[in-house]
Design a protein around this ligand. Structure first.
Ligand code: HEC
Ligand code: HEC
Ligand code: HEC
Ligand code: HEC
Ligand code: HEC
Ligand code: HEC
Ligand code: HEC
Length: 386
């Protein structure tokens, strides 16, 4: 099926009254072959190494996180359990296939009821029988490790043939519930594809994949050179030279966060690149600081007096080991982080007049409820009004 034809079909589908098609893909094998390209690029660490060492110049290249284990076993094992290490998968590699297959979900008007089924070979499909008959819509990628929500993404040609990424309207939640994706309750479909979820293209689509992977290139309807999830080298940069030099001498030259130029600001930029910086939101949002902004921790932190008045001492890693998941931490451990500055009896910082030794987080950075029961901690550390 050519691009042109599928565009025409999809364009027709928007206005058609009867059973139409969302893109004109007729045979499941066509869909499966689209999936196969991505699968082979990501199937094994072997594949990753091939990508990495294909370039023989001295520009550092990606070597993959398994190589780091040799000398940094502890960080490697910590990172393995972090959400960063599991935030992007092919649907076929996850249990979402078994969680969804055979189920249906009424996603409200005008969308209708999705029916999910598997092809028995790892493929998962959604159908909207009332609108598109039995034409299967493939669910390709899963974003989110499952700590908050897991949302599926499909790459498909839009009406003009340009690749669109469709964030599926339905997500899987940690309690096993299948429900609307956060933020989707107020949407309306703008195209045939959007009956399956929210479409983005161009830079926003590239950013969506960028923030959840270490390396990825969108080519048509699949992703090439895929190294899924946020791995060591996404934060530290390509490691081939560091590994070569470390193997040659016990004390390799500074690398990444070891460089003199690495400071609080560098770290804010690194974490803020994905967790969002003030530049990612509108001026009005910054002024009014709606609850929605608690998802974006750097934005809150950057306006707290702890950051503003501590001579650039406060950064994300004051309270977070960037390799260790919060699930393995006791929330009360963070009290020690606060007390590292707010010790009673020290002249440099004030202590709490209300509760100087415990419970800091509940009162000064409480968890705020967002859509679908998701909670985020308000990183604008402050004395709160209420
Ligand atoms: C390339 C994008 C990216 C960068 C850079 C990044 N993060 Fe994340 N971070 C994510 C994504 C995506 C998730 C969601 C993971 C999931 O699906 O659970 C996440 C989740 C987290 C979590 C919660 C998950 C857990 O298991 O505890 C913490 C804490 C976190 N990041 C801290 C940081 C800090 C600190 C930095 C900077 C040192 C940082 N992140 C840099 C993308 C990024
Ligand atoms: C600018 C970087 C960025 C972009 C763009 C981005 N994400 Fe994320 N995403 C994150 C970070 C960071 C988190 C972790 C949030 C946290 O735990 O505080 C996250 C979390 C998630 C989660 C876990 C559930 C949740 O709500 O926390 C899902 C699912 C997800 N993103 C899907 C997507 C999809 C789908 C797209 C594109 C359509 C997308 N993201 C675009 C950075 C990004
Ligand atoms: C989300 C970004 C991020 C990821 C992913 C990440 N790191 Fe780090 N790493 C950092 C930051 C930031 C520091 C500096 C911490 C500090 O200043 O306290 C650091 C410090 C280090 C250090 C020096 C201090 C120490 O902890 O020994 C090593 C070694 C290291 N990382 C290795 C790794 C390896 C290996 C992986 C993958 C298994 C990895 N990192 C993944 C952000 C990251
Ligand atoms: C052959 C051993 C070896 C391998 C493999 C290796 N490192 Fe290192 N790494 C070292 C040594 C040695 C140091 C210096 C430790 C020190 O000085 O305390 C170091 C330091 C670091 C630091 C701290 C910054 C600095 O300049 O001290 C980071 C970050 C880091 N490595 C990341 C990585 C990542 C990411 C990988 C995988 C791509 C990796 N390393 C693979 C041996 C290795
Ligand atoms: C790196 C040092 C540092 C750390 C760590 C730190 N703070 Fe602060 N914080 C400050 C400074 C500096 C101020 C300004 C007042 C002062 O000098 O003590 C401040 C101010 C405050 C205020 C008053 C804010 C207002 O709006 O008036 C509160 C509340 C507070 N911090 C709570 C906390 C809590 C809770 C934690 C731990 C989650 C924490 N801080 C961690 C340095 C820090
Ligand atoms: C003063 C301490 C402190 C600093 C600094 C800090 N955090 Fe946190 N962060 C916390 C606490 C406390 C939690 C809640 C921990 C828990 O639930 O176990 C948290 C939770 C998170 C989460 C999980 C989602 C959420 O909001 O509950 C992410 C992601 C995160 N922080 C990212 C960051 C990033 C990125 C930075 C730097 C811009 C940062 N944090 C700086 C204390 C801090
Ligand atoms: C029960 C809620 C509660 C807990 C728990 C709590 N605080 Fe407070 N904190 C407050 C309130 C309310 C104020 C404002 C008091 C006032 O203005 O009289 C305050 C004020 C502060 C201030 C500003 C003091 C000043 O003179 O400007 C700091 C700093 C602070 N708290 C830090 C902490 C730290 C650190 C912890 C944990 C060890 C903590 N708080 C635990 C409620 C709490």
């Amino acid at each position: 099926m050519t691009r042109l034809l599928s565009s025409v079909v999809a364009a027709v589908a928007v206005s058609a009254l009867g059973v139409a098609t969302w893109r004109g893909l007729s045979s499941p094998s066509e869909i499966a072959s689209g999936n196969r390209v991505a699968r082979s690029a990501a199937s094994s660490d072997q594949g990753v190494r091939e990508v990495a060492f294909a370039d023989s110049s001295t520009e550092p290249t990606l070597v993959g996180r398994e190589v780091c284990r040799e000398c940094h076993a502890e960080n490697h094992s910590l990172h393995s359990n972090h959400g960063h290490a599991a935030t992007f998968h092919l649907v076929s590699q996850t249990d979402l296939v078994s969680k969804f297959a055979g189920k249906s979900f009424d996603s409200g008007e005008p969308y209708g009821t999705y029916e999910y089924h598997s092809d028995g070979q790892g493929g998962l499909f959604a159908m909207l029988p009332a609108r598109f008959g039995n034409e299967p819509y493939p669910l390709q990628y899963v974003l989110g490790s499952g700590q908050h929500a897991q949302t599926m993404l499909t790459l498909a040609p839009g009406v003009d043939g340009q690749t669109e990424g469709i964030e599926h309207r339905v997500s899987l939640y940690p309690d096993g519930r299948i429900d609307l994706t956060p933020g989707h309750s107020k949407m309306t479909p703008q195209s045939a594809l959007e009956y399956f979820g929210d479409a983005s293209r161009g830079t926003p689509l590239q950013r969506c994949i960028y923030c959840h992977t270490t390396s990825a290139k969108i080519v048509g309807e699949s992703i090439e050179d895929l190294i899924p999830s946020v791995n060591c080298e996404k934060c530290h940069g390509p490691g081939s030279e560091h590994v070569r030099l470390a193997r040659a001498a016990p004390k390799p030259p500074p690398y990444s966060v070891g460089r003199d130029t690495w400071d609080t600001e560098s770290e804010m930029q690194l974490c803020g690149d994905c967790h969002r910086m003030p530049r990612s939101v509108t001026e009005k949002e910054i002024r009014t600081y709606p609850d929605l902004l608690v998802r974006f921790q750097p934005i809150g932190l950057l306006r707290s007096r702890c950051y503003l008045e501590s001579n650039r001492e406060l950064k994300c890693t004051t309270c977070h080991n960037p390799h260790q998941t919060l699930r393995e931490m006791d929330a009360t451990d963070h009290v020690q982080d606060c007390l590292s500055c707010h010790q009673a009896g020290t002249p440099t910082h004030v202590a709490c007049p209300v509760e100087p030794e415990t419970g800091c987080v509940e009162c000064h950075m409480p968890a705020i409820d967002l859509d679908q029961g998701l909670q985020f901690h308000d990183h604008w550390i402050r004395v709160r009004e209420e």
